[in-house]
Design a protein around this ligand. Sequence first.
Ligand SMILES: *Cc1c(COP(=O)(O)O)cnc(C)c1O
Length: 415
Amino acid sequence: MPGGVSSPVRSFKAVGGTPRFIASARGAVLNDIDHNAIIDYVGSYGPMIVGHAHPAVVAAVADALARGSCYGAPTTLETDLAELILSALPGMEMLRFVNSGTEAAMSAIRLARAATGRDIVIKCVGGYHGHVDGLLVNAGSGALTLGTPSSPGIPRAATAATLSVEYNDLEAARTAFEQNAGKIACFAVEPVAGNMGLVPPEPGYLQGLRQLCTKHGALLLFDEVMTGFRVAWGGAQTRYGVQPDITCLGKIIGGGMPVGAYAAPAHLMRQVSPAGPVYQAGTLSGNPISMTAGLATLQLLQKPGAYEQLESSSLRLEAGLRAAAAESGTPICVNRVGSMICPFFTARVGDRVKSYTQAAACDTMRFSRFFHALLAGGVNIPPSQFESWFVSLAHDNDTIDRTITAARLAFAAAR
Ligand SMILES: *Cc1c(COP(=O)(O)O)cnc(C)c1O
């Protein structure tokens, strides 16, 4: 296996060293094959919002598995999960299940191009929408750059219709729209950027994108693969009150099983095959195990107080990290939206991280030392400065407080 892993960030390439191999997990704790118990803030990069191996999810999946793992025919599980998801997203009326966030983004872009009859997609520098050819464009620091593939193996033609602009830079978005009037199919954005570390939208940014898309007849595509059911029950679109035209989902809606989905108003979704001509299919799509894990997870999140609990434990962690860093004089900027949190190792105390450029300027060497010290202290965070941490319902106050104690030592060790 390249790098010994099935997905690159797991390899510890950014921080050095060898990843832990995991034998089992329960609640907020991972157990590695060397019998270490580690408090986990990776949460499989987002899906495990109710904690690992939640008894309700395990029981539902075991029961579903005994009835067969896939049929290639419709089930009421799909209908139930679709209804629950759509009830959380006012404005989204129909959806299609796929197998990953990558597939959701790829299919949503196809729909946006078909619906508008236009080719150009605008995305943000440092925005991640899976490993789709046309979206693997990381256009450097220019305000507006024509697409250059950020991986070999992608033909220039595949990214020629992709433009990149800085996240949180409404002027750059406006310029891109004006210079390509009548040619933009959609603006694809993570409404809360979670793949450059964590960078929340500046006040008015998402509203401004909404207005630009409406004005120019383009579709606003919110990639909520990470933020859907994470930053609020109804995702970032309800948290910030901005209505996209297409929503991509994944991660949490599969409760730890492979899944993705894209949703939109009916007039758009009816263009998807077989209701319409836009082809998109999948042998394992909507499979009963993923649907069951997703349903069980969302039902736990629907319980009164779930998001309030996520907010208060995440706030406790945020405050603790700030205090722990201050003790050792470590400059950090802690960005947090709900249960997504990311401490950036900035150059000076008081520096803010509001853009990809500011995130990219952080001290990744200090982050690496902090990461390893924290892991030695029994706490697992993503092995990169440019990933969000995820708090789950299984992180109780005691778990958070033990994390803060470990972080105090790790900040000191990383100086
Ligand atoms: C994780 C993620 C994806 C890709 O999802 P996969 O299931 O890994 O293919 C796409 N968009 C965003 C915003 C993500 O966080």
